[in-house]
Design a binder for this molecule. Structure first.
Ligand code: ASP
Ligand code: MG
Length: 405
């Protein structure tokens, strides 16, 4: 059996015909070396936004099934153009849609989850000597409707296809040369991370590091497909997302991330009795709004405060629900959108102590107030005033010496 290479190229890597021709050159190189190749593509950069804009120019709440029908077209364009390039240079290729590859998803339009992939179709074309050019981001549900996987979802398509085809690695080509200890636009000493565990990457990805779609990392973890993130435009570098090994535990803090578009909701003087939290959070869950950090104070005089964070984008849609809850539990609430969440992530936290105290001490010295704290085995997150975000990132990057290799 020939060795199989699975590569995904993001929107900026296929942003125009010139760039698509550059991708074709890279694939031809692999073919010359006798590899079987599956390429997963995103839409041209800006295209999915443009399509969303078109729909939103009609209504702020477009029909979700039709939205997916619309959004899936961006990837159709790039896959066909790349296949045209390859064929034109004498390299047999075939572009395939989510439907053609049997990428079966659930029916939650615009955020569908992959359930199954029919690897036979892809295999058949590889066996016939073709480069398979696969549309990322899309699938079909049981009734044959087109679905999409959520913004940034073509990473997930790529890792899922790599898993289904039993590839030993999934390479993700993008406009940055890897995952950094912090966003280099905020922290100038940020350093590229060579290797990081799936668990750490999952935390970073869901906490705002936008390099990889978090579900792609979940797939990598579940099926043990290492993910190599590399730049399309620059040789070398890269970050390997892979299984945790003992050497990774030596690194206590691997990276930082921040989420700026957050809001804090606080219920004041809530009755401290069974069932109140359930009332609050089930009403919010019914509206499909994701709640993150939840903090309840120790009660006194039968009353307590309860705060939680949500995406700033959900503020408008949650207001009517908060009003209903407020009436039903007889407690006032407030919303503060002037916050952000800063997180420190590292597999080594499992075996090292004192990380939280060091973090809080340095922030205190810099006069940065911590409004909320939450922790997991490998992460500490804090909520700070939005104006303090970049400074908090810098203080933490310095205190954990993340700029040093
Ligand atoms: N084109 C889709 C988006 O812009 C999917 C992707 O690029 O991963 O979100
Ligand atoms: Mg992306």
């Amino acid at each position: 059996m020939k060795s199989l290479v699975v590569q995904k190229y993001g929107g900026t890597s296929v942003g125009d015909v010139q760039k698509i021709m550059h991708v074709a050159d890279k694939i031809i190189e692999l073919r010359k070396n006798g590899k079987d190749v599956i390429v997963i593509l995103s839409a041209m950069s800006g295209e999915t936004n443009r399509l969303v804009g078109l729909a939103h120019s009609i209504t702020p709440t477009p029909n979700q099934r039709e939205m997916d029908r619309l959004l899936c077209t961006g990837e159709m364009v790039t896959i066909a153009l790349l296949a045209i390039c390859l064929e034109n240079q004498g390299y047999p290729a075939i572009s395939l849609t989510g439907r053609q590859m049997g990428i079966l998803t659930d029916s939650s339009y615009t955020k569908a989850k992959i359930k199954e992939i029919n690897s036979d179709v892809i295999q058949k074309y590889l066996d016939a000597g073709k480069v398979v050019v696969a549309a990322g981001f899309q699938g079909i549900d049981e009734t044959g409707n087109v679905t999409t996987l959520g913004r940034g979802g073509s990473d997930t398509s790529a890792v899922a296809i790599a898993a289904a085809m039993k590839a030993s690695i999934c390479e993700i080509y993008t406009d940055v040369d890897g995952v950094y200890t912090a966003d280099p636009r905020i922290i100038k000493e940020a350093r590229r991370i060579d290797r990081i565990s799936y668990e750490e990457m999952l935390e970073l990805a869901s906490l705002g590091a936008k390099v990889l779609h978090s579900r792609s990392v979940e797939f990598g973890l579940k099926y043990n497909v290492p993910i190599l993130v590399k730049s399309t435009f620059k040789e070398g570098g890269g970050t390997l997302v892979t299984k945790e090994d003992s050497s990774m535990e030596d690194i206590v803090v691997s990276g930082l991330s921040c989420l700026k578009e957050q809001a804090k909701v606080k219920f004041i003087d809530v009755k401290d009795k069974p069932g109140i939290a359930a009332t609050i959070f089930s009403s919010i869950a019914d509206k499909n709004i994701v709640v993150d950090m939840i903090i309840q104070n120790v009660g006194s005089d039968g009353l307590t405060d309860l705060s939680f964070t949500i995406d700033a984008a959900d503020v408008d849609s949650i207001k009517p629900t908060l009003q209903e809850i407020s009436t039903s539990i007889d407690a006032e609430y407030s919303i503060d959108s002037n916050i952000s969440k800063v997180s420190v992530v590292g597999a080594g936290m499992r075996s090292h102590s004192g990380i939280a105290s060091k973090m809080f001490k340095e922030l205190g010295k810099s006069g940065i107030n911590i409004q909320m704290i939450s922790t997991s085995e490998i992460k500490i997150s804090i909520v700070v005033n939005k104006n303090d975000t970049d400074r908090a990132m810098q203080v933490l990057h310095d205190c954990f010496e993340l700029g040093k290799s």
